[in-house]
Each structure stands twice: as C-alpha cells, then as structure tokens.
Design a protein around this ligand. Structure first.
Ligand code: FE
Length: 294
C-alpha cells in the first residue's frame, strides 16, 4: 500500500516541473558596433557565448547623441532573426526589399533575415535618450535559407496585462499565466519575450515550457529568483536552470525583460552578421554578399 502511494507521488512530481532556480548570472560588457554605437553586450560575451536559441542580446542606452548618432549603416544578415525593442527614442530601419519604418518606444520589430537581407538601423533623433534592446534568435537549419519576413508591432499592438498586485506586463511573444498572448508568431523556437514591471515585494510567476532555455535581464531594480532567492541585480543577466515555471520577487520596484525559447540543439557557425550551421555556409554567405545577392 505504502509503495503504491510512493509511486503515485513520484509520478505526480515528474509531471509537475519544479520552480526554476538561478543557474548563473553575467554582467553586460561595454562594446561598440555599427558606426561606433556604444552598447552593452549581454549575451554573446566571454561570460555567455549564447543561450540556445538566443545568439546575442545587446542593450543600447545613452542620452549623449555621439554614442549613437552613427547608427548601424547598411549591413547584411543571414540565418537568424533580429528583434529590436525600443524603450526610449526612435529607430528608423530601411532594407534592400523596400521596407522602411520607424520603431517607437514600446514598439517591436521582429525581423527574420533568413536567406538574406541588407538593412540599416539609424536613430531617428539628434538628441535625447535612446534606449532599447536587440535580441538575436536563431533559426533552425530548415528555415535559415527561407524568405526574409517581418513582424512589426507599434507600442499599442504589443499586448498588455495589468494585474491587481500592480504588476505590468508587455507581452511581445508568448503567453502569460493569465492568458495574455503576444502578437509575434514564431513556430521555430516558440519564444517568450516580455517587458515586466513588478512593484516592490511582489512575486511574479510565469509558466514556461520545461524544455525551453530562459533568462531575465534586469533593467532597473533587483529580483530574488526561486526558492533559493538568489538575487539578480540591476543590469545583470540571470539564466535559469531546469524546471517549469519561474518565480521572481522584486526587491524594489523592478523592470526586467524575460525571454525563453526552445533550444535548436544544432551546430552554430558564426561569421559576423551571419549565423549558419557550418563554416562552409558562412563562407558561402560572404561570397553571396560580395556578389550582391542580398
Ligand atoms: Fe542589423
């Protein structure tokens, strides 16, 4: 009899994934990219090269125009997706397919570069604060040479959820525990990407697929993660370990980005703005770019 109960308990525990604990933290590293844009690289550093399927996370933040005015003049991408999310300021993008638009605060552009696109990303301002994130999301081998595509949403098209406890969630991709669904569709890595503000002392929970890799980046404030309550401070990346949902408690009012996605578990070959599976495919991308095929 006792043995039967034990077996049953074990099965239930297996079906109910545990709360994820903090696996590691990493500081961002100052760098510059494009035409001298100063930014903080958060993923894609010696501390954390990638977190499959996330290849890179940059935060650009400056109220000094000379840190960003050069922008990111025309450059190619192949093999993955770039996601630009603006917190402050405006960024104009323009590409070789004739697309052009301005991303405004709270707006997002989810660009699937796939087989190749040539674009520029330039600040649409001469002064004032420019702040935002660029996240690179990998594509599986089967989709790397597909057609480029955009999913672009202005601030008012990004889903919002306001909870009774004061928590405010902007859902770009994925679904909250209360059923708010973000507008971005991605059937390759099924990402979750949210901009979350939690009042001091309030706990935020979010169910996640146990198979997904997940991270938070604290924009302002500090969060205690899981039952161990390890703290992720301001401007620090926190990577979650295995489990199901995440549980974070704001130490002070805290704003953070949450991302999760299905790992592709494929070989990754990087060559600047190209991310493919093999070195040969990277060489091919450079050849195609030189021959003007983007
Ligand atoms: Fe780009």
């Amino acid at each position: 009899m006792n043995q039967m109960i034990d077996t049953k308990t074990a099965v239930i525990q297996e079906l109910t994934p545990t709360t994820r604990e903090l696996a590691m933290t990493a500081p961002g590293m100052p760098t510059s990219d494009g035409a001298g844009v100063k930014l903080t690289r958060i993923i894609g550093t010696p501390h954390i090269n990638m977190l499959d399927p996330f290849l890179l996370l940059d935060c650009f933040e400056s109220d000094d125009a000379k840190d960003y005015i050069g922008g990111f003049p025309t450059h190619p991408h192949r093999g993955f997706e770039t996601v630009t999310y603006m917190l402050n300021g405006r960024m104009r993008h323009k590409d070789s397919k004739g697309n052009e638009g301005v991303i405004e605060p709270g707006g997002v552009q989810w660009m699937s570069a796939a087989k190749g696109i040539l674009h520029s990303e330039m600040p649409e301002q001469q002064a004032g604060l420019l702040k935002g994130f660029q996240l690179w999301v990998n594509l599986p081998r089967s989709a790397k040479m597909g057609e480029p595509a955009y999913q672009e949403f202005a601030a008012d098209k990004v889903a919002e959820e306001r909870r009774a406890d004061g928590t405010y969630i902007r859902v770009i991709a994925g679904e909250t525990g209360q059923g708010t669904v973000g507008p971005v569709v991605n059937n390759h890595t099924h990402p979750t990407y949210m901009d979350i503000t939690v009042p001091a002392g309030v706990t935020f929970e979010q169910p996640l697929e146990p198979s997904h890799n997940a991270f938070i980046y604290v924009i302002e404030g500090a969060l205690a993660v899981g039952e161990q309550a390890k703290v992720v401070g301001e401007k620090v990346l926190g990577v979650f370990g295995e489990g199901g949902q995440i549980t974070v408690t704001a130490q002070v009012e805290t704003r953070f980005m949450l991302a999760a996605g299905k790992p592709l578990n494929e070989p990754v070959a990087r060559g600047g703005p190209f991310v493919m599976n093999t070195r040969e495919e990277i060489n091919q991308a450079f050849d195609d770019f030189r021959r003007g095929q983007f």
